[in-house]
Design a binder for this molecule. Structure first.
Ligand SMILES: C[S@@+](CC[C@H](N)C(=O)[O-])C[C@H]1O[C@@H](n2cnc3c(N)ncnc32)[C@H](O)[C@@H]1O
Length: 409
């Protein structure tokens, strides 16, 4: 197996050694080149495959920005004590873009994520966060591997299953044992030839799995049954479901602990997918309104919550548009937007309902911090923010923030 490498836009200039500074949002660390003659400060480098405190030689991967360049650490002159040998043979400079932190000890990964969340909250929301990103695992995933219950692969020119490089369309062929963060229960895609240019989706749920080739089922079934929060959930094998096997239960517990829903309260579940939080709120006795862009997801959510349909109202619509058609008052709101976050307009429209508490489930701490900044200007403060490492080996992190009105509401 010889993975293809990602070509650099710069021809891959080698620079350094440089001293590596703090971790930054996006899976890289910040370093600075020595100033050139006439410059007061050296150029900022965002360096991947390194750790704070290391001294490394770098290869520039992108010099198209005036204020910073991107680079990969290609040789470590002074390693961090947190550096480990990656499990995956295609994790590294110019190779697979799926994992950012395979070279980092698992506890240290969580410290890096804690630093990123704290920095984003401080800089974008003026919040002094003292929490930490905690590990979440099942017996099969304690080492931070084999947790992805959903995988999407591309097929290269030779019919081999591959993943994309970092910020690149280049394909990197999977190692012989497959992707080491994929759940072991997902069907294997290595060792066989697939139609060139096609897409493979694999998924696993308790006792079931599925393999789809360009949307057509090859193995298993088009729908899987997940178990979480005391319910069974039908989910399309290629639809959205929280990807770590412990994620759904962890996030529902954090939302319920934060909101403390009461019988008869009115609640919104925005970006509701197949109804995970709507179901938990309905089971706690709330009347729930849910909005979700995907028609198929809403149909599945209605099926999932058929037993509580008298108090769950689900609509397929964009949150930006659909909120106007929801009740003018809400006691509780859960929002779980995509990486881009909710944005000012949605934050304003939901806080205008004067909820007594809001649970913001976020997969991007930058978008979360920006939206918490908006909430603060509209009179809502984050009273609790928790971080969960639901994406080990990658830079990604999940947060749950609980907001409450500041002063009289
Ligand atoms: C992070 S997922 C959360 C799903 C659900 N809360 C769960 O935990 O299973 C975000 C969901 O938002 C939906 N979505 C994305 N943009 C949207 C928008 N503008 N309006 C409504 N839903 C949207 C996606 O289809 C996806 O199902």
């Amino acid at each position: 197996m010889s993975p293809s490498t990602t070509p650099t836009r710069t021809g891959g200039r080698l620079l350094g050694p440089v001293d590596v500074g703090p971790v930054a949002h996006g899976g890289h660390c910040v370093a600075r080149l020595d100033p050139e003659p006439g410059q007061e400060r050296g150029r900022v480098l965002f360096v991947r495959h390194t750790l704070p405190g290391e001294r490394v030689l770098v290869r520039v991967t992108d010099d198209s920005h005036a204020s910073f360049w991107r680079a990969d650490a290609v040789e470590v002159v002074r390693p961090s004590p947190d550096r480990v040998e990656p499990t995956c043979p295609v994790a590294g400079p110019g190779l697979c873009g799926g994992c950012d932190f395979q070279h980092v000890d698992l506890d240290a990964q969580r410290r890096l994520k804690t630093a990123v969340v704290a920095e984003q909250l401080q800089r974008l929301a003026d919040i002094d966060w003292r929490g930490e990103v905690v590990g979440v695992s099942t017996p099969e995933t304690v080492d931070g591997l084999h947790w992805r219950t959903r995988m999407r692969y591309h097929v290269d020119d030779e019919g081999r299953a591959a993943l994309r490089g970092h910020r690149s369309h280049e394909l990197v062929v999977l190692p012989a044992d497959g992707c080491p963060i994929a759940d072991r229960r997902t069907p294997t895609v290595v060792g066989q030839r697939w139609p060139t240019g096609s897409e493979l989706v694999t998924a696993a749920a308790p006792g079931q799995n599925a393999l789809l080739l360009d949307g057509r089922v090859q193995q298993g079934s088009a729908e899987l049954t997940e178990q979480a929060a005391g319910r069974s959930w039908t989910v399309a094998a290629d639809g959205f479901w929280q990807v770590h096997p412990a994620a759904a239960a962890t996030l529902v517990a954090a939302v319920l602990e934060g909101l403390e829903p009461r019988q008869g309260e009115r609640a919104f579940d925005l970006y509701c997918g197949v109804g995970l939080f709507a179901g938990a709120l309905a089971d706690a006795g709330c009347e729930v309104w849910g909005l979700e862009l995907g028609h198929r997801a809403i149909l599945t959510a209605r099926q999932n919550l058929g037993d509580v349909s008298e108090r769950v109202h689900l609509r397929a619509d964009r949150v930006e548009r659909g909120l106007a058609r929801l009740p003018r008052r809400a006691d509780l709101v859960v929002l779980d937007p995509p990486r881009s976050g909710a944005g000012k307009q949605v934050m304003a429209a939901l806080l205008d309902r004067h909820p007594r508490a809001v649970a913001y489930v976020a997969c991007d701490p930058a978008a979360l911090a920006r939206d918490l900044g908006t909430a603060a200007r509209l009179g809502y403060a984050a009273v609790d923010i928790r971080g969960f490492d639901l994406f080990p080996m990658t830079q990604h992190v999940e947060c749950v923030a609980i907001l409450a009105p500041q002063g009289p509401n």
